[in-house]
Design a protein around this ligand. Structure first.
Ligand code: R5P
Length: 311
């Protein structure tokens, strides 16, 4: 197999390749005018190719790199092309929720197919239905495999798992079952459609009085959703508030805002690399490299991905 990576998360790509005892190639460079150039330095004929690229900020550049690398592999007679996209940018734009808006995530999935992708692998894609946007296999892995051991180490008694919005209820339920929590609570959140990054936590369904709370979400962007949910939990007399999230975009000074908030600990994965990001002691980063390298091994050997991926 051959492993390629774009420029979005070289550290993660290197870790995955190390675990597979393989070399990772970085074939993307940029011209002075911003155009991306891709040239793969080795023959790919009849080889399975794995392209690792989170389409995280600088999102549009990273998506373009992914299209061009995929096209280059197709034209170099690779055998099967698997795109490992730990964080799939535009995944929150997955439906026509307003008049005259695109379904951006569907368009990108179609363009990946046209570029030559045979298979997609993601982690905690924002909504499961997006797998239907791609005409081919799309394996979505769960970051809970790597997050839950760290959460369990905290040994929090009387734990309630909190979803910060109704869309995350099933995820909260799954965590509650696997961690044997006392129950779940759900925040009723509203977002101003014209101010997409501003949301309000309006009401809480569930009892958190005197309980430790774990807020579980797929994405932290500006941190607003988490901070509003945490404040509401405090108003309802919750004890410790811990956060576990898969993808950390950390826009708009989110790290500092979360550090200054009532949240005591934030557990996040390394699916996204943010240049210059300095986490404070409230943050714990766990790696998805083992999860992804194991998934690649199983795709190569034709073993199911459904059970015991890290057991
Ligand atoms: C929304 O549906 C997602 O699951 C996240 O809750 C949201 O994207 C987080 O964004 P922010 O941190 O800007 O509130």
């Amino acid at each position: 197999m051959i492993i390629l990576s774009g420029s979005s998360n070289p550290e993660l790509a290197t870790k995955i390749a190390e675990k597979l005892k393989k070399r990772v190639y970085f074939p993307c460079t940029q011209f002075a005018d911003g155009e991306i150039r891709v040239q793969i330095p080795i023959s790919l004929r009849k080889q399975n190719v794995y392209i690792i690229q989170s389409t995280s900020p600088n999102t549009n550049k990273h998506i373009m790199e992914l299209f061009l690398m995929t096209d280059a592999v197709k034209r170099a007679s690779g055998k099967e092309t698997t795109l490992i996209i730990p964080y799939f940018g535009y995944s929150r734009q997955d439906r026509k929720d307003q008049p005259r808006v695109p379904i951006s995530s569907a368009l990108i999935s179609n363009l990946l197919k046209i570029s030559g992708a045979d298979r997609i692998v993601t982690i905690d894609i924002h909504s499961d239905q997006q797998q239907g946007f791609f005409d081919g296999p799309w394996d979505n892995l769960y970051a809970s495999y790597v997050l839950l051991p760290t959460i369990k180490q905290l040994k929090l008694p009387n734990l309630v798992i909190v979803s910060p919005d109704k869309g995350g209820t099933m995820r909260a339920n799954a965590y509650a079952k696997r961690i044997q929590a006392e129950g779940i609570a759900v925040v009723y959140k509203e977002r101003d459609v014209n101010l997409r990054n501003i949301s309000k936590a309006l009401e809480l369904i569930g009892d958190v009085d005197g309980k430790n709370c774990l807020i579980v979400d797929d994405i932290i962007d500006t941190g607003g959703t988490i901070i509003n949910a945490a404040n509401l939990l405090k108003q309802r007399d919750a004890k410790k508030i811990i956060v576990s999230s898969t993808h950390g975009l950390f826009s708009s000074n989110a790290v500092q805002k979360l550090h200054d908030s009532v949240v005591e600990k934030i557990i996040i994965t390394d699916s996204i690399y943010v240049e210059g990001m300095k986490f404070t002691n409230k943050f714990k980063v766990v790696s998805v490299s083992k999860l992804l390298s194991e998934a690649i091994k199983r795709i190569e050997s034709g073993t199911p991905l459904s059970a015991g991926l890290l057991d």
